[in-house]
Design a protein around this ligand. Structure first.
Ligand SMILES: Nc1ncnc2c1ncn2[C@@H]1O[C@H](COP(=O)(O)OP(=O)(O)OP(=O)(O)O)[C@@H](O)[C@H]1O
Ligand SMILES: [Mg+2]
Length: 297
């Protein structure tokens, strides 16, 4: 055997073993709907990629998942194969006009267990419309109230609601923090990864104290890990040291299958289920489910 293909063969063997392990693991259904917000005001750290791939991974294991796209870029809607061009009704109408979630929910092409509330570009103006047209005491509760009403009236509740946030700490993100019970922070394994994290933690703390005492930073997921760099492993050990109980064992590698999947309107879970990227997101999803069960969530 020539030397150059040995690492590739090793990876293939390793992936086969990981897939076999995953096939025997059935993530438990949570006792009540787990509501996650995927937040980090840093741009491009993998919030949307994490939202859609965890959602698809849980759905592929038979759990019912609702994704709420709260980012005007609408990237989560794209990746889930859900139309979100101008004119489509979505989270904008929910927040600014009080349209019930049930009226704007759309099935995802990914899985019959997966649905999405799309975001259109209209959402870019929503924060200004909210502060100019809605009473101040309602600003923060718009998403929470809609979601509570939805969950109270539907027949079969989702097991997971996953909210994809924009890269800012504005009113949309605050609405997500108030509607959610758990925060998942994706952290990119890069040099500036921890910059801005203390501001994010301060904000979560402020929301806990003032607006949503139920909110917990339950999960940290390391993303875009490149095993060839020392820096990436340094970030991993720093984050594990600071957040030992929240950081998942599963780490998401930098993987081209993950980044190309959205251009097919798919997640990596359906695009290439045997890729290292898909396997890693499946492992993260299963770990989140088992940790939740352990912690009574
Ligand atoms: N593990 C990965 N391997 C390779 N590429 C990735 C990975 N995770 C994310 N990407 C790519 O990195 C870019 C940023 O990811 P993503 O859109 O998920 O970040 P984000 O935090 O949602 O960004 P924004 O702040 O703009 O909403 C995208 O092009 C995505 O395809
Ligand atoms: Mg995004």
């Amino acid at each position: 055997m020539s030397g150059w293909d040995a690492p590739l063969l090793r990876e293939l063997g390793e992936n086969t073993r990981r897939l076999a392990a995953l096939s025997t693991q059935q993530p438990p259904k949570p006792t009540q709907t787990r509501i996650f917000t995927i937040s980090n005001q840093k741009g491009g750290v993998g919030k949307t990629t994490t939202t859609v791939n965890l959602a698809a991974a849980l759905a592929s294991k038979g759990l019912k998942v609702l994704v709420i796209d709260l980012d005007p870029q609408g990237n989560a809607s794209t990746a889930l194969g859900v139309p979100h061009q101008e004119g489509v009704k979505g989270i904008y109408e929910v927040l600014t006009e009080g349209t019930p979630l049930a009226k704007v929910i759309q099935p995802s092409t990914e899985s019959p267990n997966l649905a999405c509330i799309p975001a259109t570009i209209d959402l870019a103006g929503a924060e200004i419309e909210i502060v100019t047209q809605i009473d101040r005491d309602k600003w923060h509760n718009l998403l929470k109230n809609s979601l509570e009403e939805y969950l109270a009236t539907i027949e079969v509740r989702p097991d997971y609601v996953i909210i994809d946030c924009p890269p800012s700490l504005g009113l949309l993100t605050i609405n997500a923090f108030v509607a959610a019970r758990e925060v998942l922070i994706p952290i990119q394994c890069e040099y500036y990864a921890l910059e801005g994290l203390s501001q994010l933690l301060r904000n979560i703390d402020l929301i806990q104290k003032n607006l949503n005492p139920q909110l917990a930073l339950s999960t940290i997921l390391l993303t875009m890990y490149d095993s060839r760099t020392k820096l990436a492993s340094q970030v991993v050990s720093d984050v594990r040291e600071h957040f030992p109980s929240q950081t998942l064992n599963a780490v998401i590698p930098r993987n081209v299958r993950i980044s190309e999947a959205p251009s097919f309107g798919r997640t990596v879970i359906s695009h290439d289920p045997t890729s290292t990227g898909a396997i890693s997101y499946m492992e993260a999803a299963v770990e989140i489910a088992f940790r939740g069960a352990q912690n009574g969530r």
